[in-house]
Write a protein that binds this ligand. Structure first.
Ligand SMILES: Cc1cc2nc3c(=O)[nH]c(=O)nc-3n(C[C@H](O)[C@H](O)[C@H](O)COP(=O)(O)OP(=O)(O)OC[C@H]3O[C@@H](n4cnc5c(N)ncnc54)[C@H](O)[C@@H]3O)c2cc1C
Length: 515
């Protein structure tokens, strides 16, 4: 059985959906998306997201027209600094230690604002301001922090519903339960793809353009062990179980150029009591435990192991999963006191969302964690918190004018001329001294992998290892693109990058049809 399409997209997540719609917009008539997962798992990792998009903007007035959750009275009470191209480029580069490919970064950053406009106008993505994730109420005003302000109503569920509705309206077909199994080419030029279509054995599809958007290898234990290290067998998959690195296997026959960071990935603090192999379609992103700037993290030996206040949460959360995995037994505890309990996000810490252990003293908390949750050293746990409290008080005594403020890097730390901790807590350090105390048990959740294919930043064309030139007809977007993120990641950049390169790939694919 052989069929003809103008463009075939492999993977129906945010990146693939953006690519397919862009291909139609630029003139393709017949566009097919093939998707390995069944329809119940539609949307790839995109479905599991908070729908957070990082974009440059010039401030509140710039973005107000595309959000749906702000009245004019509310708008008067919002403080939102502009997020410039220098800010965005600087954030990606800073977090990658200067290793990100500058051309890829420029492409993402320079097209981010237009990508968001396109998503709002053409895909009808219901953007909202992310009050609950990226702002704190301070002095009666909503203060945004960390450069990231947009998310989607109903998170990734709302995002992917919009994408798939837009594809349907544009006449794009999606075949579920239909993994791509082989790329077809002649003389190094793409001619089509082979798909195991549901209910059929093997379908050969002719197409001058194939766009790879099949995600990374985060859900493939063997590939994780090989590229990230043995211990990554124990990481829990935060999203779809279908991102098993197929796209790389498919592309390998054409010898694409691979780019790092193959030993790097995005991973976060994640509820310990969850499935290892996939996220939950019901609870999606709520298993994330991102409240740590308001508290402490201690391992099973009762010791702190990261600077919880090193930076705004969305600049540290994607690297702390790895740190948790490195701890003895691969788990840890987040600890909070009553001063901050009301500030923890309900979606992540609400009743019934996560198992919470309460106690009226740190000693009692330690004992409960020992009896029920695997804390090995209660004495060290109590001592760590006691030393932390002393260090906070010493710093305050030397810096009486500083004010605790979660919306800025407030400098409230553990470091003074008298006391110093290793690791320190550099911002938002409050003593844990008011009962009740609360702990939750966390482990490492893997989000997506950073290594991938080298692409032309203008067209999304995959680059050949052999020639250093493009492989004609083969494009790539989303998690499969390498060279963009190394070691760490500024929150909300993955969706933006997927849409930016998806749009470029769709546009370039349409040109092949016209030739
Ligand atoms: C819990 C969670 C929260 C997140 N929150 C955010 C956020 O708020 N903001 C942000 O920017 N990023 C976020 N991310 C990261 C974000 O999801 C990814 O960067 C982005 O969705 C990747 O898009 P993609 O289209 O490349 O991959 P996906 O959306 O995962 O799509 C890949 C698709 O390819 C399919 N596929 C795989 N193999 C084949 C094959 N052989 N044939 C056909 N199809 C195949 C898969 O089934 C899947 O549907 C989050 C991720 C998770 C897991």
């Amino acid at each position: 059985m052989s069929l003809k399409y103008d463009c075939v997209v492999i993977g129906s997540g945010n990146a693939g959906s953006s690519a397919a719609l862009s291909a139609i917009e630029h003139g393709c008539k017949r566009v097919l998306v093939v998707e390995k997962a069944p329809v119940e798992w539609a949307g790839g990792n995109g479905y599991f997201t908070a729908g957070a998009y990082r974009t440059t903007h010039t401030g509140l007035a710039d973005l107000l027209p595309i959000v749906t959750n702000v009245s004019s009275e509310q708008a008067d009470k919002i403080d939102m600094d502009p997020y410039t191209r220098e800010d965005f480029v600087g954030d990606v580069m800073r977090l990658s230690g200067g290793r990100s490919d500058p051309k890829l970064v420029d492409a993402v950053v320079d097209n981010s604002r237009d990508a968001v406009r396109w998503l709002a106008d053409k895909v009808k993505v219901p953007f909202i301001f992310s009050f609950h994730r990226q702002a704190y109420q301070v002095g009666g005003r909503q203060k945004f922090w960390g450069g990231l302000v947009l998310s989607c109503e109903n998170g990734g569920i709302g995002l992917m519903e919009s994408h798939h509705k837009a594809l349907k309206e544009a006449g794009v077909e999606i075949w579920f339960e239909s993994p791509a199994t082989e790329l077809l080419s002649k003389d190094g030029v793409i001619t089509g793809v082979v798909v195991n279509r549901k209910g059929h054995e093997r379908v050969e599809i002719e197409s001058p353009a194939v766009i790879l958007a099949a995600g990374g290898f985060e859900a493939n234990t063997e590939m994780r062990k090989k590229h990230l290290g043995q211990e990554w067998a124990n990481a829990k998959v935060r999203g779809t179980p279908y991102n098993t690195g197929d796209g790389f296997t498919l592309a390998s026959t054409l010898r694409p150029k691979l780019t790092p960071d193959w030993s790097g990935c995005h991973s976060t603090a994640w509820d310990f009591n969850t499935s290892s192999t996939a996220g939950s379609r019901l609870h999606t992103n709520t298993y994330t435990k991102s409240g740590y700037p308001l508290g402490l993290m201690l391992n099973s030996a009762g010791l702190r192991f990261v600077d919880e206040g090193e930076d705004y949460r969305n600049y540290t959360y994607a690297k702390f999963g790895r740190e948790i995995l490195r701890q003895p037994a691969g788990y840890a505890f987040q600890v909070y006191d009553s001063k901050v309990l009301g500030m923890l996000r309900k979606e992540e810490y609400g009743d019934g969302v996560v198992r919470k252990i309460f106690a009226d003293s740190i000693e009692e908390l330690a004992e409960k964690l020992h009896q029920e949750e695997g804390l090995e050293d209660t004495k060290a746990f109590v001592e760590s918190i006691s030393k932390f409290n002393e260090a906070v008080v010493a710093h305050r005594t030397e810096n009486p004018s500083l004010k605790w403020d979660p919306a800025v890097k407030d400098g409230m730390s553990t470091e003074s001329s008298r006391l110093s901790l290793s690791p320190p807590k550099s911002n938002w350090a409050l003593p844990l001294d008011e009962k009740p105390f609360m702990a939750v048990k966390i482990t490492c959740g893997i989000t997506f992998t950073f290594g991938g294919l080298a692409i032309d930043p203008e067209t999304g064309n995959v680059i050949s290892e052999e020639t250093g030139k493009i492989i004609e007809g083969l494009f790539c977007t989303g998690e499969m693109v390498g060279g963009l993120f190394y070691g760490n990641y500024p929150g909300g950049s993955g969706l933006t990058a997927g849409t930016v390169f998806g749009r470029k790939a769709g546009k370039a694919a349409a040109k092949l049809m016209k030739m």
